[in-house]
Every structure is written in C-alpha cells, then in structure tokens.
Design a protein around this ligand. Structure first.
Ligand SMILES: NC(=O)c1ccc[n+]([C@@H]2O[C@H](COP(=O)([O-])OP(=O)(O)OC[C@H]3O[C@@H](n4cnc5c(N)ncnc54)[C@H](OP(=O)(O)O)[C@@H]3O)[C@@H](O)[C@H]2O)c1
Length: 364
C-alpha cells in the first residue's frame, strides 16, 4: 500500500468537487507495480463511476493491478452498472478504499462483495483527509441536511461593515477569488434580505472559471426588490425562504419570474425555523450551502448551531468604532465558557489577508 496513490485518487476526486451533487465526487487510480496505469474520476449523475473510467484507461497488456479508490465501490445497479462487477471482471487483485460509503440507502456492500470474490480489500487509507473531503456528502446522506459553511470577510477588529453598511471590499481580490472558487463548488449560496437590500450582490462566480451556485435569500416578509441583481442574473436559480405568516400573494412577483419561494414556520424572535429551512434546502438537492452573511444571518447560524465549517477571511485593516457592524448582533453569553468552540483550525495566508478555517467543536 502506498498513500501516494490514494493522494492521487483524492486529487482526481477534487477535480469535480461540488459538481457531482447529489452524488459524491470520487477518484480512482489503477497501479501495476509502481506505476499508475489508469486514472478516472466521476463527473456526476449518469456518467461512469471513477473506477470504471480508470479500468477503461488500463492498456490490455498490463497484468497485476491494484485499485486505489477514494470511496467504497458501489455494488448496485443504478444509472450505471455496479462497479464491483467491473472490478472483478478486470482481474484486479487488491483494492484500497479511502472510506466506506456512508449512504444508508446504498444497498449491498461493495467491499464485502469484492472480498467474497477473492480480492484483498483494505479500508481507511488517508482516513482523516478523506473523511473531511466527504464531510458534505456524509452530512447530506446521513442527516438529510446540507453541509453548511459560513464565510465572512472581516477587519482585524472583527468588523464586517462600516456603520453605513459599506463592506466593499474588506479583503483583497485574491481572497475574493478564493470565495468565488468556494461558490463554484457549492450547490447554493445564502444571504439575508438585509444584504440584498444593502449591497445588491450578484453572488455569481466571476473571478474564477466555474458554474454559478443557486442563490438562497432569507426574506421572511419577502421584502426584497424583484429587480435585485441576485434575481435578474437568473431568477430560476433563486430560492427565497419566507415566513408562513407572510401573505402568500406577496410571492407572486417573484414566482412569476421563476423564483422558487417556500414558506416555513417561525420560531421566537421572527426567526425562520432552522430544521424546516435545512429540510427544504436538502429537498432541493442542496448538499453544500455557503452562507455569506450578513450579521443577522451569521448570528442565526452560529446561535442555532447550524454550521459545519467556518471560514473567516481577515484583511490587515482595523476599522475602529463600536458603531461598525461586527460578525454577529445582539446579546452574547455572559461567560467565556459559553463561547462557541472551534477545532481543527487551519490558517492560510491569501496575499496580504489571512484565512482561518475551522469546524465546530461539539465535544464529540
Ligand atoms: N463582510 C462580510 O463578509 C459581509 C457579508 C455579507 C454582508 N455584509 C454586510 O452586512 C450588512 C447586512 O447585514 P444585516 O445583518 O443587516 O443583514 P442580513 O443578515 O443580510 O439580513 C438580515 C435580514 O434577513 C432576514 N433574516 C436573516 N436571518 C433570518 C432568520 N433567521 N429568520 C428570518 N429572517 C432572517 C431578515 O429579513 P427582514 O428584514 O426582511 O425581516 C433580516 O432582517 C451589510 O452592510 C453588508 O454589507 C458583510
């Protein structure tokens, strides 16, 4: 076993990261001796699976073959034939698997079937890296909710906008390019009605090549302009989460343009019910959700503990002033022990800015 080959399979899986939803993105490498003789990755629903792509690339003259695949091969007939069959037919003698498929709806057991066919199977190569990579898929298939990433641009004193609401731009173009990349691998980007009214953002992918995510607006009272750029840039890709208490007729100017408006119950404080919100988004096959603000939205996702990852991008600036807008609003806890704890912190320089990536530490 050589982790270099699994690393290569993971690199291949990352090529289509975020573009195979609701399927996971998978990479596979076939090795003969010390050489890679075939490579493949999955391009999305209806396309061949990574293992099959890799097998097809192997020249017929090659004999002893090992397969490195990031996720357990499927053993059921879906839109494509079972990968286990193809692996057995190809004469592969050993299979290294990054992670077991967490999907409870995937019938059968790929690894077990391969073992029964006399193939050596080993699980858990590059375990941590691969489990992290499949975090969104695991969350989506096991909890039936999107994997939520919060992303904010801040000054060093933790401000996301001035007192007048100006936030363009806090961070550098290089950081914004990074954000556009994150958007391109997300199924949807979410903002609050306040950000739409104040900034009129487009929320599309422009600074890198990639597809646009769908755009979700939290607008309980449907108080956003139908001419907002987020809508005019492609109304059919826009989803608005509104409150059940809002007059349904108010949705008409939006639905007429092709916007998908759903109504959900409220919780105390006129907040949309988090469980209902996530369930509605998951029903729309949103596996990766990138939450881009503003302050009230960040407060909601942080306080209700509905996030799986946070990315804070700090610019080398100090805004000063208690009137500027911080990451969150309202009253916070009285004691430090009640702070939201984060783990697995990664810091990166992005030009002159720096980025903190972290995951909630729920003590599990
Ligand atoms: N630096 C950054 O990363 C960044 C990112 C985004 C925005 N910003 C800045 O942030 C400012 C806007 O922030 P903001 O706090 O005023 O507005 P916001 O968080 O974008 O939106 C707040 C509004 O969204 C709706 N909303 C949000 N969460 C809700 C929930 N859980 N349930 C129901 N409704 C909810 C409500 O709409 P209604 O008012 O219609 O009830 C609420 O008033 C702007 O100045 C913008 O430039 C900065």
């Amino acid at each position: 076993m050589d982790t270099r080959f699994m690393k290569r399979a993971l690199t291949l899986a990352k090529r289509f990261e975020g573009r195979t939803s609701p399927n996971p993105s998978v990479g596979a490498v076939i090795v003969s001796g010390e050489r890679i003789v075939g490579e493949g990755y999955h391009r999305g629903p209806g396309f061949p699976h990574a293992e099959v792509e890799a097998i097809k690339k192997v020249p017929p003259t090659e004999k002893k073959r090992e397969l490195y695949v990031t996720l357990e091969p499927c053993s059921h007939r879906g839109r494509t034939p079972p990968c286990t069959e193809r692996i057995i037919e190809a004469g592969i003698t050993r299979v290294y698997i990054g992670m077991k498929d967490p999907n409870p709806n995937v019938p059968g057991e790929g690894g077990g079937i391969l073992k029964q066919a006399g193939i050596d199977v080993e699980f858990g190569i590059l375990k941590e890296e691969i489990e992290r990579f499949y975090g969104p898929y695991t969350t989506f298939v096991t909890k039936k909710v999107p994997f939520v990433t919060l992303k904010a641009a801040l000054t060093l004193d933790g401000k996301i906008a001035t007192a007048t609401g100006d936030s363009r731009w806090i961070t550098s173009e290089k950081s914004r390019r990074f954000v556009h990349k994150e958007r391109s691998i997300s199924d949807a980007v979410l903002v609050g009605a306040g950000t739409v009214r104040n900034d009129d953002p487009r929320l599309t992918v422009r600074l890198v090549r990639g597809r646009n995510p769908r755009r979700v607006i939290l607008a309980p009272n449907l108080e956003v302009n139908t001419d907002a750029q987020v809508i005019t840039e492609g109304a059919r890709d826009v989803i608005i989460a509104a409150s059940e208490q809002t007059d349904k007729k108010k949705a008409y100017p939006f639905t007429e343009k092709g916007v998908d408006v759903f109504f959900i119950p409220e919780r105390a404080g006129r907040k949309l019910e988090p469980g209902a919100l996530l369930a509605e988004l998951a029903q729309r096959d949103i596996m990766r959700l990138l939450v881009e603000g503003g302050a009230k939205v960040f407060t909601y996702f942080l306080k209700y503990d509905i996030f799986d990852k946070i990315i804070l991008m700090y610019a080398p600036k100090i805004l000063t002033g208690s009137d500027a807008l911080g990451l969150t609003v309202g009253a916070g806890p009285r004691e430090i022990r009640d702070a939201i704890r984060l783990r697995d912190i990664v810091t990166k320089r992005v030009g002159d800015d720096f980025m903190v990536e972290a995951y909630p530490d729920r003590g599990d």
